[in-house]
Design a protein around this ligand. Structure first.
Ligand code: G4P
Length: 535
C-alpha cells in the first residue's frame, strides 16, 4: 500500500479522563467492538491502582504489564487505529501530557453523575495548547446522572469549548431507554450487557419512526421535542470546527454495558483526523513527506528487571520507518540503527518491518534517548512542543551511601531522562533537587534507584512553591537575582537557569526587582532550542 493510502487509514488518539470516569472500561470496549479482544476483562488489570499506594511491588508489576498496553493498535473496518494509553493516576499526569503530544485527537470521558472534574479541566487545558480535536463521551448513563443539557452547559463553561451533541440520551438511570444518534438519525434501544456485544440492540429508523411512538408512547414525543431543541440550539455540526479544536462533538452511553460504543467508534473513524503535520525548529513537517522523521515521547524502563533495558516510544511523523535502516539521532549527531523495533497489535508486541506516520514503534534503548529526541533521515531539525511543567513538590537528594555516589548519579540521570522527575542543581552550591508532580513518584524513584542501580538516598524537605525558568538578554538583567537570590537559583538538565520560588509572594517580589528578566512556568522538552511559556 502506498504511503498516502496508509496515511488515510490511520487514526492515532488517546482516551483521557478524571480517574474513575471510565477510561479503562471504554478502552476495553473499543477493543471488544473492533474484534481485537473477544471478552471483556482483559485490559482492566493494567491499571495502576488509584489509591495512593506505597506498594512498590504492585506498582512495578503493573508498570511491567502496562508496557504492552502503552500503545494498543487495532484494525476497525479499513482503519488502523493506534490508541495511546495514558496513566490514570494524577501523580503521573506529566506522562499523560507528553503522550498527548503524540496523538492527533482525543476522546475525553466524563462521568454523567460527577460532570466536569478537576483532572478533566487540566487535561483539556493541555489539549487546548495544541488545538487537539476532542470528542466527548458522557459515560454511565445507566446511573441517575445530571440533566444532559446542564452537563453540556457545564462542559462549555468549565472546559471553554463549544459542544455539539451528536447523540442524545432517552431517559437516564432507571428510566434510561437508549441513545438517539443525531449524526445518522437512528435510535438504539438499551439492554444491559456487561460482557459481550449486544447482538439484539433494537435500532429504530429515526426520530420520526412510527415504531418509536408505538413502543414508547408519550416519552417518544418528549424525546422528539428534545432533539428539535438540540438541533435548534446547537445548529449544524461543522466538522472543520471540530478539527481545529474549537468544537467538541458529544456522545452519551454506558461503557460498562457496551452501550453507545459502536456509535462512538463509527463516528470517530468517520470524523477524527488522520496523522497531522507537526511543528519543528524549521517549520511544519507534513506526514506525506517521503523522508522518515519521528520523536520520542515516552521512555519505559525496566522491562526485564535482570537487565537495565528501556523502551523508547517513537511517534512517526513523516515518511516510512524501516527496520535495520540507519537513522540520524539529531541531539547526539550520529547514525543509529534498530534491529528489533516493536509494534503493538491489540495486546501483543511484535517485530515491525515498516511503520507509517501515526504509528508508534518501541525501540530498545540502552540509554541513547531522552524524551523529546528527534530521529530523521539526515535532517537536523527537531520536533517542538513536548511540554515540561514546573513540578509541584521538591525534595533535596541526600546520598545515604558515600561509596555509591556514582550509582546514585547514574540512576538519577537515567530516571530523569525518562521523564519520571526533574533534576535541578544549585548554581552556587551542591544541592541537588528533585521535582515531581505527585508524592507517589518519590516512592517509585527510591525503589528503582535501589533495585536497578544499587543506590540509596533520602529525600529532604525543601520549602518551595514552584520552579520558574529565567530568560534574560544580558547578565546585568539578573544582577539583583544573582546577588540576593543566589541560593534559589538552579540549573536544569539542559543548563537553563531556574528560579525555585519559596512562595507566590517571593516570585512576585523577585519579578518586580528584576523587570528585565522573564520568568516562565513551563518550557519545551527540546533539549536545544528552549521555547518557553510566560508566567
Ligand atoms: P478509569 O479508567 O477512568 O479510572 O475508570 P474505570 O474504567 O476503571 O471505571 C471506574 C469504575 O466505573 C469501575 O468500577 C467501572 O466498572 C465503572 N464504570 C465504567 N463504566 C461504567 C458505566 O457505564 N456504568 C456504570 N454504572 N459504571 C461504570 P469499579 O467499581 O471501580 O471497578 P470494578 O469493580 O467494576 O472493576
Amino acid at each position: 500500500m502506498s504511503l498516502s493510502k496508509e496515511l488515510k487509514r490511520r487514526k492515532t488518539f488517546a482516551i483521557i479522563s478524571h480517574p474513575d470516569a471510565g477510561k479503562t472500561t471504554l478502552t476495553e470496549k473499543l477493543l471488544l467492538f473492533s474484534g481485537a479482544i473477544q471478552i471483556a476483562g482483559a485490559v482492566k488489570s493494567n491499571k495502576i491502582r488509584k489509591t495512593a499506594t506505597s506498594d512498590f511491588l504492585e506498582i512495578e508489576k503493573q508498570r511491567g504489564i502496562s508496557v504492552a498496553s502503552s500503545v494498543l493498535s487495532f484494525n476497525y473496518h479499513d482503519y488502523k487505529i493506534n490508541l495511546l494509553d495514558t496513566p490514570g493516576h494524577k501523580d503521573f499526569a506529566e506522562d499523560t501530557y507528553r503522550t498527548l503530544t503524540a496523538v492527533d485527537s482525543v476522546i475525553l470521558v466524563i462521568d454523567c453523575v460527577k460532570g466536569v472534574e478537576e483532572q478533566t479541566e487540566k487535561l483539556m487545558q493541555v489539549c487546548r495548547l495544541r488545538n487537539t480535536p476532542v470528542i466527548i463521551f458522557i459515560n454511565k448513563l445507566d446511573r441517575e446522572g445530571r440533566n444532559p443539557i446542564e452537563l453540556l452547559d457545564e462542559i462549555e463553561e468549565k472546559l471553554s469549548i463549544k459542544v455539539r451533541p451528536l447523540s442524545y440520551p432517552f431517559g437516564m438511570g432507571m428510566s434510561f431507554r437508549g441513545v438517539y444518534n443525531i449524526y445518522d438519525n437512528t435510535f438504539a434501544f438499551f439492554r444491559a450487557n456487561k460482557q459481550q456485544i449486544e447482538d439484539e440492540v433494537k435500532y429504530f429508523k429515526g426520530i420520526d419512526d412510527e415504531e418509536l411512538v408505538k413502543t414508547f408512547g408519550e416519552a417518544a414525543e418528549t424525546l422528539k421535542n428534545d432533539i428539535d431543541l438540540i438541533n435548534g440550539v446547537y445548529g449544524k455540526f461543522e466538522i472543520e470546527k471540530y478539527l481545529s479544536g474549537e468544537l467538541a462533538p458529544v456522545f452519551f452511553g454506558s461503557a460498562i454495558n457496551n452501550f453507545g460504543i459502536r456509535e462512538l467508534l463509527d463516528t470517530f473513524v468517520a470524523i477524527a483526523p488522520p496523522p497531522v503535520a507537526r511543528e519543528t525548529t524549521i517549520g511544519m513537517i507534513q506526514p506525506k513527506e517521503e523522508k522518515f522523521s519521528g520523536f520520542v515521547f515516552k521512555i519505559h524502563a525496566n522491562l526485564d528487571p535482570k537487565h537495565r533495558d528501556r523502551m523508547a516510544f517513537v511517534r512517526i511523523c513523516s515518511g516510512t520507518f524501516e527496520r535495520n535502516k540507519n537513522y540520524f539521532h539529531v541531539r547526539l549527531k550520529r547514525q543509529v540503527k534498530f534491529p528489533n523495533p516493536a509494534s503493538f497489535l491489540a495486546q501483543t508486541k511484535s517485530l515491525v518491518e515498516t511503520a507509517y506516520p501515526g504509528d508508534v514503534i518501541g525501540l530498545y534503548d540502552s540509554g541513547l534517548f531522552k524524551i523529546g529526541d528527534t530521529l530523521t533521515e539526515g535532517d537536523t531539525f527537531m520536533f517542538k512542543g513536548i511540554p515540561v511543567f514546573s513540578p509541584e513538590i521538591f525534595r533535596i537528594v541526600q546520598n545515604k551511601d558515600p561509596f555509591k555516589s556514582k550509582q546514585l548519579e547514574t540512576g538519577i540521570r537515567h530516571l530523569t531522562d525518562e521523564g519520571l522527575a526533574q533534576l535541578f542543581v544549585q548554581c552556587d552550591g551542591t544541592k541537588k533537587v528533585i521535582g515531581v508532580v505527585g508524592e507517589l513518584q518519590f516512592d517509585v524513584i527510591k525503589y528503582r534507584l535501589l533495585n536497578e542501580f544499587g543506590a540509596s538516598c533520602d529525600f529532604l524537605h525543601l520549602n518551595a512553591y514552584k520552579a520558574f525558568w529565567v530568560q534574560y538578554d544580558k547578565k546585568e538583567d539578573i544582577e539583583e537575582l544573582m546577588r540576593l537570590r543566589g541560593n534559589f537559583l538552579y540549573f536544569d538538565k539542559a543548563k537553563n537557569l531556574v528560579f525555585i520560588a519559596e512562595t507566590e509572594f517571593s516570585l512576585r517580589m523577585t519579578k518586580e526587582k528584576n523587570p528585565k528578566a522573564t520568568f516562565l512556568s513551563s518550557v519545551e522538552h527540546n533539549n536545544q532550542t528552549v521555547e518557553m511559556e510566560k508566567v
